[in-house]
Design a protein around this ligand. Structure first.
Ligand code: 4NP
Length: 155
């Protein structure tokens, strides 16, 4: 059974699609499944934001096949690890948890590289293109760490 990882942000069109594409590119797809979702359903069914698509493509990652999905409580049963981008995502996801085991699956993604500092991946939606590259760089570092842990099973 593959290990399943879910990346979560608000709209599932900017940050978590990048996180999905980046982590997927660092893992063996026979052993791991990486998906993403948004705590809002605002953009359900849509492609990632064109700025996320362009930024990913500049780094050799194709995310055009992704479609925005709404995070649902049943995702706690479907995924082993849930990484959120910011505190607001964390609060929204935790609200839907029903067990301690559910709650333990949820982590701020930047805690992987800056433990216990509660750092957030900034929402680039209302900003310029540079915000997307900035987000990419943060997520790339965090995903390096996650991939290393997952491959060594020490998460
Ligand atoms: P994301 O960015 O959470 O990184 O996908 C956003 C996308 C859309 C909206 C907010 C944030 N929105 O309000 O529509």
């Amino acid at each position: 059974m593959p290990v399943k990882i879910l990346m979560v942000c608000l709209g599932n069109i900017c940050r978590s699609p990048l996180a999905e594409g980046i982590l997927q590119s660092k893992l063996d797809t026979n052993q791991f499944i990486v998906d993403s979702a948004g705590t809002s359903g605002y953009h359900q069914g849509e492609r990632p934001d064109p700025r996320s698509i362009t930024t990913a493509r500049a780094h050799g990652i194709d995310i055009t096949n992704q479609r925005s999905a709404h995070f649902h409580a049943s995702d706690f049963d479907r995924y082993d690890y849930i990484y959120v981008m910011d505190q607001s995502n964390y609060d929204n996801v935790i609200k839907l948890a029903s067990t301690e085991r559910d709650r333990q699956k949820v982590k701020l993604i930047l805690d992987e590289i800056y433990p216990n500092q509660n750092m957030e991946v900034p929402d680039p939606y209302y900003g310029g293109d540079q915000g997307f590259e900035n987000v990419y760089q943060m997520l790339d570092l965090a995903c390096d760490q996650i991939a290393e842990k997952l491959n060594g099973n020490i998460i």
